[in-house]
Structures are given as structure tokens and as C-alpha cells.
Write a protein that binds this ligand. Structure first.
Ligand code: KG4
Ligand code: ZN
Length: 342
């Protein structure tokens, strides 16, 4: 039996739809919302409205590109949360309407589980190496920073998480303080490649166990810039690349310290990264280098699967379908993070 799943993602500011045949990707269509750039962050109401406009064309295009119709689809998987409530409502309500009209089952997906399972999306003509179980996943996005132990596609355990800001927020805040625009992560990444990462050091957190904290380092950068700019108004302009490289190095050091500890505590040597920040070139290089040094097998997602996408929702739907985990039509979105599998 082949299984065809339509995935729909609308948790933040990207509307996306994808079709998977078994674990192989047939299409993955994305409409990113440019409107937020000029406000320096995602404006929830504008995001909901843009999803409302984009969702039908995006889903139609995904089906067309996959060469299928709704008659070929076995189930519709959608993001239930976490995310912005208004954005989630668009995807959830659209899914219910489509399911009612076409008499298809629906599957709710935890967005974070989706990011992690993006490693199992297979693409024709590519090396489809994927992690074996159990593995550790460093999930790094704009809203979350976690170390997750993955025992099988549907069983996850959060070993550590941030007690305040997510690492993506720290990247975005750094860019904002330096006037680099939004979203800041990719700009910091680009500038960091030209800078000297040993030039400056910022305050590192001292948190027990496998948890993270990123609010202190953000504040440390803020005060550092304030003091230096008071001495020399051109300080920022003259040192942009070195500041980005140094700040990024500190964030990566913080991430790696706990990840290394997690591999030691669990004895697991299969290590993956996922989420928006897993696009960061410094983090990718560092994970590979540490992996070589420590005998890990490392898994870096393809760049298009690092940011929010529906392929990751469809693959999670695939595994939940096989386990018979369907949702009912009275399901409501959930904006806050819940435990995996909830
Ligand atoms: O997973 P994602 O697309 O959305 C959430 O679920 O949060 O992650 C978005 C985050 C933003 O904070 C963005 O600045 C960051 O990922 N990001 C990066 C890079 N590309 C995206 N951070 C550092 N380096 C990058 N290359
Ligand atoms: Zn995400």
C-alpha cells in the first residue's frame, strides 16, 4: 500500500503545503510573508490575513506539482501548534473544511515534532541517509531551544530546554541592536563569515544540567554596545563583522556545551539539528567538526527543511497515520508548546 499525505503548515509567517508519497517528497510549496520585514518582526494580525489569502493557492499548487488530486490523498496533516493562534486557526479551519468536503481523515501535528522528523523526508536523487533510533536532536528555532531524545518517530523526551529566550531570538535581537533588519539570523550568519570570532567575548550563562539561557548574553551585548558607542560613535559600523562573528561563536559555544553533555550522559552518538537556526553555517560547521572529533554521526537538514515547511508536517502525518492517530473535527489549535505526542 502506498500512503499519500497532504501536509499544511501555518504556524507563523510561512504558508506551506506539501505532498508525500510514503516518505518521498512529491511537492513542497511555500509562500513567505514579506510584509513583516518592514515592521522588524512578525505582526500576528497581518500573518493571519496573509495565510487566509495564501492557503488555497498554496495547497492547489502543491497538489498540482505533485501530480495528484484530493482523490489520491489518504489524509490531511496540519500544524496544531505551537505558534500564533490566528495563524494556526487558518490552517486548522482550512484543513477541516477540506476534509469535510473530500471525506478525508485529518491528523494533528506538533510543529516541533515536525522540525525533528524533517530528517526522514526523502528526496528522489539525493543521499537519503537518516538518523537511526535513538538519536539526540538539538532543536533551535525562533521560539524554542531544546535537546530532545528521539526513541522512535512518535516518542520524544525533552532532556533540556531554554528557561528564557530561544537562541533564534538572541540572533534576531543581536541583529536588531546592530540595525541589521529582520529576520536577523541569516544576516548575522552572513556578516559573521567575514569577521574575527575571537575579537569580543560576552557573558556566558551558568545554568545547571541540560537547560539553556540566552537572556543574559543578549543583555551583555546591549550594555557592551552602549558603552563602546558612547566612547566612539562609529564603533558599530567599524566592527560589525567582528561583533557578529564573536556573538555567534558565543551562542554556538553555549549550544554545544550542553549538547556534548547530553551525548555523554545518554551515551547516544547519533546527533541531529533542526529548526530555523540549524541553517546557521557556523553551527553546521561546528556540529560536523565536533562530530568528527567525538565519533558522532551527525545529521544536518537540507537548508529548505530548516525553516518552517509543510514537508515536515506531512512526514509526521505519515507516521501518525501508520499508528492510527487521527484527530476529530472538534479539534482546536494550541498556541503554546505541549509535550510531544500530546
Ligand atoms: O524554525 P523557524 O523558521 O521558525 C520558528 O518555528 O521559530 O525559525 C526562525 C528563526 C529566526 O529566529 C531566524 O532568525 C533564525 O531562525 N534563523 C537563523 C538563520 N536562518 C534562520 N539564525 C541563525 N543563522 C541563520 N542562518
Ligand atoms: Zn519552526
Amino acid at each position: 500500500m502506498t500512503l499519500t499525505i497532504l501536509g499544511i503548515e501555518s504556524s507563523c509567517d510561512d504558508t506551506s503545503a506539501a505532498v508525500l508519497r510514503d516518505t518521498f517528497l512529491l511537492s513542497n510549496v511555500m509562500a513567505s510573508q514579506e510584509v513583516h520585514r518592514r515592521y522588524g518582526g512578525v505582526i500576528p494580525e497581518l500573518a493571519s490575513r496573509a495565510h487566509q489569502q495564501n492557503i488555497l493557492p498554496v495547497v492547489s499548487e502543491a497538489l498540482k506539482m505533485a501530480g495528484v488530486t484530493m482523490a489520491d490523498v489518504d489524509a490531511i496533516a496540519f500544524t496544531r501548534g505551537p505558534g500564533l493562534l490566528g495563524s494556526l486557526l487558518v490552517g486548522t479551519s482550512f484543513t477541516k473544511g477540506l476534509a469535510l468536503a473530500t471525506d478525508k481523515p485529518i491528523i494533528e501535528v506538533n510543529h516541533l515534532q515536525g522540525h525533528i522528523l524533517s530528517h526522514f523526508v526523502q528526496v528522489e536523487g539525493r543521499d537519503n541517509r537518516c538518523p537511526s533510533f535513538p538519536f539526540l536532536c538539538l532543536l533551535v528555532s525562533g521560539g524554542h531551544t531544546q535537546i530532545v531524545r528521539v526513541d522512535d518517530p512518535l516518542h520524544f523526551e525533552i532532556l533540556g530546554h531554554t528557561i528564557d529566550d530561544a537562541v533564534g531570538e538572541a540572533f534576531d535581537k543581536c541583529a536588531k541592536l546592530m540595525g541589521l533588519g529582520y529576520p536577523g539570523g541569516p544576516v548575522v550568519d552572513r556578516l559573521a563569515r567575514e569577521g574575527d570570532e575571537t575579537r569580543f567575548r560576552f557573558a556566558k550563562p551558568n545554568i545547571p544540567g541540560l537547560d539553556y539561557s540566552f537572556s543574559g548574553i543578549k543583555t551583555s551585548l546591549l550594555y557592551f554596545l552602549r558603552d563602546r558607542i558612547a566612547e566612539d560613535p562609529d564603533f558599530l559600523e567599524k566592527n560589525k563583522a567582528d561583533l557578529c562573528a564573536s556573538f555567534q561563536k558565543d551562542l554556538i559555544d553555549i549550544l554545544l556545551k550542553k549538547l556534548i553533555l547530553a551525548t555523554k550522559e545518554t551515551g547516544i552518538r547519533q546527533v541531529a539539528i533542526a529548526g530555523g537556526v540549524s541553517a546557521n553555517s557556523g553551527l553546521r560547521n561546528r556540529i560536523e567538526a565536533e562530530g568528527r572529533k567525538r565519533g558522532w554521526t551527525t545529521f544536518l537538514p537540507e537548508l529548505r527543511f530548516t525553516t518552517d515547511n509543510a514537508a515536515m508536517i506531512a512526514i509526521t502525518g505519515h507516521y501518525k497515520y501508520l499508528a492510527g492517530q487521527f484527530a476529530t473535527l472538534d479539534i482546536a489549535p494550541r498556541s503554546r508548546a505541549a509535550e510531544y505526542g500530546d
